[in-house]
Design a protein around this ligand. Structure first.
Ligand code: HEM
Ligand SMILES: *[C@@H]1O[C@H](CO)[C@@H](O)[C@H](O)[C@H]1NC(C)=O
Ligand SMILES: *[C@@H]1O[C@H](CO)[C@@H](O)[C@H](O)[C@H]1NC(C)=O
Length: 444
């Protein structure tokens, strides 16, 4: 290929790629659709964003749209979103006001040094980022209130954060595939006056209370490189996510989220280790036919039980109340695991005494199978409840099924072998070690 051809191809390619960037850039959107019958039930907001590369400052301006529904014109509460991973260091936009009054909704731009009431920002706090509210208004909302005799209102807010990545508190990046954002709300607070620096009452406590949360935005999708000013992002009705997600995408964002809620993930990890590694290994060991089988079995099952116990304590620290199916199953499993230990131990003692299996042995095997099935299921239920991605839930669920199949095969194989051995042998041997290998072969 001649050099002119090459140059021409490169020009055409770069033209296509820049055209593609123009076409591919689109507003991203994230919505939480509340419960229209119970206005205090769930948070209700939408955000849309566009990032615009500003030729005169060579940095990115963030154009943000935000809407929030107030059922029947209620003047109670506040709703907020923020850029950042947790309260600390986030750039927050808190919206409140009285839709029936003539006053526009307040857009209070705040920051916080931790788990305290966020305070109003000064220009100096923003580190060179410059924030301007372009529009804030109440509008009548149609839709859910139709025919209910209710008059719903929606706060419509547009703002621009010029050179937004200069914000010093948290990383705000136009190249992030998974930029963390936060949201929070308080549906009850009755403001005596609506001022920018009004005192805010806290959102609900606890990660599962629905009072606060995270979402993640693919900023690269929102970048628009055209030189002229771009229009504010529209909020598209009925669309929950566009270029955004509930869970982080990629490794870095995943680590950030784990750091945000270490108790939750440690709880999940310990349960995972118990049900996917230690207990299955203990079952395999028991059936291995080795002389040390029994010792491996009880050591592994004890380690698994300890892991479950620690994990349950973490779970209780997180919630302090037991009211979901996941927690109910969890407590039942913990009790059953304790029982398993006692049954296993009594079975062993009886066995050494009499050399025969008792009802204890069968109970131990049966309960063990139930605990394993309940445990695998509950790990999956927990992951589904607490925001793990569909993909990871699927992988863990599949792993559970594979392990179950593996154990069934292993148990079936070893019990076939033992039956053959049994026919050849002349009754139980006097060596306790050998009995222990022979006895459990009839069950897990
Ligand atoms: C009004 C005063 C506020 C107080 C006193 C407050 C306090 C707290 C506390 C104590 C926690 C720890 C979690 C818990 O104990 O359940 C927390 C977490 C959280 N809050 Fe706030 N908060 C306030 C306002 C806000 C606002 C305006 C936002 C805006 C988006 C927000 C977003 C969050 C988020 C996302 C978390 C979880 C991540 C983290 O731990 O930082 N909070 N808050
Ligand atoms: C809506 O608010 C009005 C006046 O504030 C009240 O009279 C009416 O009962 C409310 N309707 C509903 C469905 O809550
Ligand atoms: C670029 O940034 C400057 C300063 O923040 C701002 O005044 C101007 O409007 C921006 N240009 C565009 C095209 O948005």
């Amino acid at each position: 290929m001649s050099s002119t051809h090459l140059r021409l191809s490169i020009t055409i390619l770069s033209l296509i790629s820049s055209l593609w960037q123009l076409v591919a850039a689109e507003p991203v959107q994230y919505c939480k659709f509340g419960d229209s019958d119970n206005p205090n039930g769930r948070v209700d907001f939408c955000m849309g964003a566009v990032l615009h590369r500003n030729a005169s400052t060579s940095s990115h301006d963030l154009l943000l749209s935000f809407t929030h529904i107030r059922r029947n014109g209620s003047k109670l509460g506040w709703t907020a979103i923020g850029l950042g991973n947790s309260m600390e260091g986030s750039l927050m936009f808190v919206v409140y006001g009285d839709p029936i009054s003539s006053q526009a909704p307040i857009v209070s731009i705040r920051g916080s040094a931790g788990h305290h009431q966020p305070t109003l920002l000064t220009r100096a706090d923003a580190g060179g980022a410059d924030l301007r509210v372009v529009q804030a208004a109440w509008a009548k909302s149609t839709g859910a209130s139709e025919g209910t005799g209710r008059h719903d209102y929606v706060a419509q807010v547009h703002l621009i954060c010029y050179s937004c990545s200069l914000w010093p508190g948290a990383l705000i990046s136009a190249t992030a595939k998974s930029q963390p954002w936060i949201w929070a709300w308080n549906p009850h607070q009755d403001f005596p006056v609506f001022s920018f620096d009004a005192h805010l009452e806290m959102h609900a406590h606890h990660s599962t209370s629905g009072g606060f949360g995270n979402f993640f935005v693919d900023m690269t999708r929102a970048v628009n490189n055209v030189p002229r000013p771009v229009s504010l992002p529209p909020i598209r009705p009925q669309i929950a996510t566009m270029g955004t997600s509930e869970t982080p995408v990629g490794l870095r964002a995943t680590f950030l989220t784990i750091a945000l809620n270490p108790t939750l993930h440690l709880h999940a990890l310990l349960m995972g280790i118990a049900f996917f590694v230690l207990f299955p290994a203990g079952i395999f060991a028991m059936r291995s036919g080795a002389k040390t089988a029994f010792r491996y079995h009880w050591v592994l099952q004890l380690a698994g039980s300890t892991s479950i116990f620690c994990s349950m304590i973490l779970g209780l620290i997180m919630r302090q109340s037991i009211n979901t199916v996941h927690q109910g199953i969890g407590v039942a499993i913990a009790i059953a695991t304790g029982l398993q230990g006692i049954l296993g131990w009594r079975h062993h003692v009886k066995l050494l005494e009499t050399g025969d299996r008792t009802w204890l042995s069968d109970a131990h095997v049966l309960l063990g199978r139930l605990v394993m099935i309940a445990g695998w299921s509950n790990v999956v239920i927990g992951m589904m409840l607490y925001g793990y991605s569909i993909r990871s839930v699927f992988i863990v669920g599949a792993l559970g099924l594979i392990e179950m199949a593996g154990i069934i095969l292993w148990v079936w194989r070893t019990s076939c072998k033992k039956n053959v051995v049994q026919e050849d042998s002349e009754g139980p041997s006097e060596d306790p070690q050998r009995k222990e290998v022979y006895i459990p072969s009839r069950g897990l």
